[in-house]
Design a protein around this ligand. Sequence first.
Ligand SMILES: [Zn+2]
Length: 185
Amino acid sequence: MRNIGIHEGPFCNFWSLVSSLVMSTSLSFSGSNCRKCITSIAAEWYISRYIGSRYKISIDFVARGLAREGMYGCCSIIDSCSRPREFLVEIHNRLDINTYLEVLFHELIHVKQRVLREHVTKYNKQYWYSRIVSDDTAYEDEPWEVEAHGTESKIYKEFIKWCEELMLPNTITSPNPFSNRLCMN
Ligand SMILES: [Zn+2]
C-alpha cells in the first residue's frame, strides 16, 4: 500500500468546521484509539456517496483488540434484519491509518449492503440480490464478502483522492501543520 501520509490532526480540524452541516447519520464511538475524527469524515463521505441521505442510519464504532479473534473488523446489525438501520462496527485498534481506512470501508460496504437490501437475512437464510446463498458457502465466496474485499481499496483510494483534491490541499502532505491532540486518539 502506498503511503499517502495522512495526518489525523488536520482532518479533525477540518471536521470540526463542517460536521454540523453534513451529519446525516448518528455515529458513536467507544474503545481506546477509536479515531473518532477520521472515522466520522470517512463514514459520512461513504454514506453520502454510496448509501444516500434518506436512510436514518446509526453506527456504533467500537475500537478494540481483535487479533485474538483473527480479524481486523466486524459489522453486526443491532436492530432488525428486516429493516436494518442500527449497526455495530468493531475495528481492531492497532492498525496503521491506511489499513484502518480500508477495514473501515470494508465494514461500511457491509452496512450499505444491508441498508439497500442487497444482502438480506430472512428466516435464517441469506439472500444476495434476492437469490438465496447456501449456508455452506465458504467465507471468501460469500458474495457480500467478494464485493467488500473486491472494492475496499478502490473506495479507500477514492476517499484519499477526495481528501487530496478537495479537502486538504495544503495540509495533507505537510508533516504536522497543526495538531489537535483531542482528536489524535
Ligand atoms: Zn466482510
